[in-house]
Ligand binder design. Structure first.
Ligand code: NAG
Ligand code: NAG
Length: 389
């Protein structure tokens, strides 16, 4: 069993220094560890500072990014965004810094003791009354942030007899520091022991700090709710998601649907039979399903597709027919026929289910079509509307 109880002044700068290189626990400004019963700390091992503080940094970075984003999203202009970023760099010892110095969110003792987890049954009987509590603490489970249970924990869990849980909700950020009752479950009474109340604060970066105090008797110990741990392992097609960054769960990833769009034109004139129009001027080809060299669209996935094709005919006494060909079937025609000298444009559309690999092209069956490089009169395009399994 790994028991870690190490005091770290967690600020970005002190940790960047304290954790790098040859790590020595004295460099970490140990405090609160003196005067502890030897038995309590006999399992103490080298702190995993790098892991913890890196995580801390991540959390802070994330928060900074998010708050900046929120400012932007709230319609504040980019000037403000730029200014606040500048201030952060140019005035390292700002009011913010002073505030941080007295904020327990930045000054807490890391309590990374796996035995506190709510899924641990008693083998050790820990009693937090033996511990001389001082200041603020943040709970970890093997380096990952965790919080106290808000629900009654079965007896003999958390490596103690009467597990201590928070009888009240964790505060929100705007609540600041709150006082909460702590209960110890024993003999079918969830609050058999009304322990000394503690203070709790929510910190930016979605973690809590607790001002633990000596519980009222033995064996009582503060619990860490294993359900609040960031999910450890998810299946390959799942990812670890959280709405509040506290309660995490594995969720099956949605297959990102493919994007398929193309639009191409033929920049010249067509007369009579042209088996397959090679629309050579390709303006859009998202998903690369249209081939300029063959003039054929090939469905990359199964789904519903929509196509359109157009032409312009002029001054002919004949009919002009263009057909959309799907998997060798002629499915839609663009037909024009008129006798007087005139000019007319024609656009046809078609929507269909296609299986993967289906081929679609346009054939010029008869007549005369007109276009030049700029006219966009002989065109062919389409989109995947819905991908299907
Ligand atoms: C408690 O849960 C953690 C995280 O899921 C797991 O790593 C650990 O093995 C569990 N402990 C017990 C005793 O079941
Ligand atoms: C996730 O992947 C597994 C195999 O890796 C598969 O059996 C399962 O059906 C997938 N689940 C979903 C929802 O796609």
């Amino acid at each position: 069993m790994v028991v870690l109880a190490v005091a770290v002044f967690v600020t970005l700068s002190s940790c960047a220094v304290g954790c790098s290189g040859n790590m020595n626990s004295t460099e970490l400004k140990l405090r609160s560890v003196k005067n502890q019963p030897a038995a309590f700390f006999k399992d103490m091992t080298r702190p995993q500072c790098e892991q913890t503080t890196l995580q801390q940094q991540d959390a802070l970075t994330q928060v900074n990014m998010e708050s900046l984003k929120q400012k932007r999203d709230a319609g504040t202009n980019l000037f403000y965004y730029g200014t606040s970023a500048e201030e952060e760099y140019e005035q390292p010892f700002s009011e913010e810094d002073t505030r941080r110095r007295s904020d327990p969110c930045f000054h807490y003792t890391v309590l990374d003791q796996a035995w506190r987890a709510t899924n641990t049954s008693t083998k050790l009987t820990m009693c937090d009354r033996r511990y001389k509590w001082k200041g603020w603490y943040r709970l970890f489970f093997k380096g990952q942030s965790i919080q106290m249970p808000e629900r009654c924990v079965p007896v003999n869990k958390c490596s103690t007899h009467a597990p201590l849980w928070l009888a009240g909700r964790h505060p929100r950020i705007r609540d600041g520091i709150v006082t909460r009752q702590v209960c110890g479950h024993w003999k079918k009474k969830c609050c058999a022991f009304r322990s000394t109340p503690i203070k709790v604060k929510k910190c930016r970066g979605n973690y809590y700090v607790y001002q633990f105090t000596k519980p009222s008797s033995c064996d009582l110990a503060y619990c860490a709710d294993i359900n609040t741990l960031v999910c450890g392992r998810c299946r390959r097609n799942q990812s670890c998601v959280s709405r509040d960054k506290i309660n995490w769960r594995c969720k099956t990833r949605k297959v990102p649907s493919r994007k398929v769009h193309f639009f191409a034109s033929y920049p010249g004139q067509l007369t009579g039979k042209v088996n397959r129009i090679k629309y050579s001027k390709v303006l859009v080809n998202v998903g690369r399903a249209y081939s300029r060299s063959t003039g054929t669209f090939r469905a990359p996935v199964k789904g519903i597709y929509q196509f359109f094709f157009s032409t312009q005919t002029a001054n002919t006494n004949k009919k002009t027919d263009l057909w959309l060909v799907v998997n060798s079937y002629w499915v839609a025609v663009s037909h024009t026929a008129f006798s007087r000298p005139s000019s007319v444009g024609s656009l046809s559309t078609y929507m269909t289910f296609l299986r993967k690999g289906s081929r679609v092209y346009v054939t010029h069956n008869c007549g005369k079509s007109w276009a030049n490089a700029a006219s966009m009169t002989i065109t062919f395009g389409g989109s995947l509307l819905v991908q299907m399994k």
